[in-house]
Design a binder for this molecule. Sequence first.
Ligand code: SF4
Length: 596
Amino acid sequence: MTHLPTTIQESLQRGWKELDVIFVTGDAYIDHPAFGTALLARLLESEGLRVGIIAQPDWKNKDAFKVLGRPRLFFAVTAGAMDSMVAHYTPSRKIRRDDAYTPGNSHGARPNRATIVYTSGCKAAYRDVPVVIGGIEASLRRFAQYDFWEDKVRRSLIFDSKADLLVFGMGERPLLELVRRLQSGESFQGITDLKGAAVVARAADLSGSIELPSFEAVSSDKKLYAEAFRLASLEQNPYAGKALMQPHGDRFLLCNPPALPLPEAEMDQIYALPFTRLPHPSYKEPIPAWEQIKTSITTHRGCAGGCAFCAITSHQGKFIQSRSEKSVLAEIERVAGERWAHGSISDIGGPTANMFGVSCKAPDQGHSCRRESCLYPAICRNLDLADAKSAGLLRKARSVKGVKHTAVSSGVRFDLLLRQKGYFDELASHQVGGLLKVAPEHLVDSVTRVMRKPGGRAFAEFLEMFRQKSREAGKRQAVVPYLISGHPGCTLSDMVDLALKLKELGLKVEQVQDFTPTPGTLSTCIYYTGLDPFSGETVYVPRGEKEKKLQKSLLLAHLPENRKSVMEALRLCGREREAGRLLAVYSGAVTSRSRN
Ligand code: SF4
């Protein structure tokens, strides 16, 4: 097995004088199925296409986009695994110094707004070669969207980048259909009806589509922005969603419905492709993202949760697409046998580990269902949470040949665990490795309602059961609670309540995630408009840097350097009398951690 070519020499070694598709990506090239570029490139290769990869090109040099020559069909451009602005800036808009997707963890290997810059580089190199954009940046910016870094609404990325086609969601189906239609002689410009893709359309192509308020309207009227968000959300079911149209000036964005989910057999085929699982050999320095995922196994994709701040449901969809047990176990055996794996499997999971095998047991209803989440406001009675398959998979994984150790390090939904006893037992007894990551995000119900997360009661119940199961298994284990400060709907007083609840639960937080309004999420819509787009109700939004800092400091009240901020926060919400309780919080309490 070798990597796909990144130079003409590597291309010629394969006997390829010309490439059909060239991927351009903002991440280093790691030939591992956890990376979208590698996965899609291997898929097209398996279809008989000649595929090359330009990773992290020097975008100031237009020859950087010519290193593999002119592609016969198209360039496929992505900013990488993260939106380039999220990758570059902290929640307080300060430049990050690191980049986990770059050799040596160094910053600066990709530009801001990488999709726009790379598309322009491809067009400057070969003006008449079509450019397809995709990945999380394109997906979540497919409609006119609020941009936190410029504090304004930007046009759909297809207009700003001048790309020819925008693929959203998971790219397998749209890309395969695109190449098959191009190979059969259709013109690129004539392909406007691809599911999972958006185009700049002529008026004649718009019939049957639902019109969203225009870019100009949503830029100047927040109520119309919220309405556009609501209308678009209702059409995200891949089986029943309708095409959406959004005027931009005198032109039109046409966004087709999402691509259909992949069935198990196709998921298995994709993960059986001949990945080397390694960074390209030209890299000299370690790449943190690879170190983190090199021995992890993806069991499924999609998330039924629909948390307001998270891009996964919008990008991967709410329908869970699982692999077969046989396919997962075969991959575990392959990885465990690698010299660099040392028999250790660091993660058996997905966006939410315990959603492996979860499905809608009423497909007729599911296929016409307009709920954005199967879990909110309550777990849908049609959601099949049977856990025999997922618990069995974890159990069998432990006895695969060559495996010395397995773990689940993806996040889990604790409210589902309460209904998945077999999985919960296996997890607590064998798969935690000391620390279990869970994401309550908050524990005050008025805030978790805005976030679309389960409330504090379910978390307390989960914690008690986890501790009991750990005791029964004779293990010293703790949870790592992920928490967010500064989220829409959260006041200073809510943060005081959260800090006190954590104390009651015996949890100490070391790091807190400050809310970032990332493109295209429900939370970002609420942040920008101050409205819940579904109920029309006004929502409180903490905006100023000062309040955000105070909110964060309340969760880190045990740190001496936060004492002043904590006192100020308590004074501002009239709760100075609780200072003693709050500041005496954590002596002797169980220590837990959270992300930064
Ligand atoms: S019917 Fe229920 S389980 Fe099925 S897709 Fe809709 S919300 Fe999800």
